[in-house]
Design a protein. Sequence first.
Length: 293
Amino acid sequence: MPELPEVETVRRGLAPVVVGRRITDVETRRPDLRFPFPERFFERLVGQKVVSLDRRAKYLIAGLSSGEDLVMHLGMTGRFTIVQHGHRETPGEYTNTVGPNPAHDHLLLRLSNGSRIVYNDPRRFGFMVMMPHAERAQHPLFRGLGVEPLSPELAPQYLARRAQGKKVNLKAFLMDQRIVAGLGNIYVSEALFWARLSPNRAARTLADRRGAPTEPAKRLVPAIREVLELAINAGGSTLRDYRDANGVSGGFQHRFAVYDRAGQPCPRPGCGGTIRRAVHAGRATFYCPRCQR
């Protein structure tokens, strides 16, 4: 499943094409994805201007001039293709891969600038819902989500406050979407390595007895941000079926420090440790037991 950097990469690829444009036609080629398309989908989209394209956790959110939001989730294999002037645009540094099978093109949006946005999803685990913008924060999909990891709200003081007294390990703590929204398995492993923190460390060690952030908390925040920004700039991580908005492979998987590198030497200069694989809450974790404490 695409993680936050992959979704942000898709958003950045789509935004220059769709924001400020009107939707002139909508074609659905089946009645559903994971869930049925919203009621009166055609009528609620056609004629509306896309005034914004945002991301919350792993959701893409198109703000419409009607005051409604079109919320999109890519599921496991969902991808958008931008078709302009008869060909696909490919921003970034990566070469085109074989395009998606058109038999799985389930949605087509035509825009006032002549562009077409095609949503393709072989496994159909993605979905789209619509809701009033004013009610989005209280919608079940968004209610209870934690802070965005790239926002100013993610600060050492915030982590210390949320971690105080918690007995769970750092891996489980950071994977809790109620604490940090959209931070997934790959990037938790990478951020903990960059911060030199063991995934087995108790989350409560991010706060001292007074509830103030400890040195580990102060190291963790910039590590999370730096890992995510690097991944976004690299176009995400291509694992299994993932491609970005233009059918282009991400590249951050070639820069993993620990993820999926069990048994290999630790890349930290002078460490001499060996990357180990563990399982936390059913998810694979990779870390160096020597330099991550």
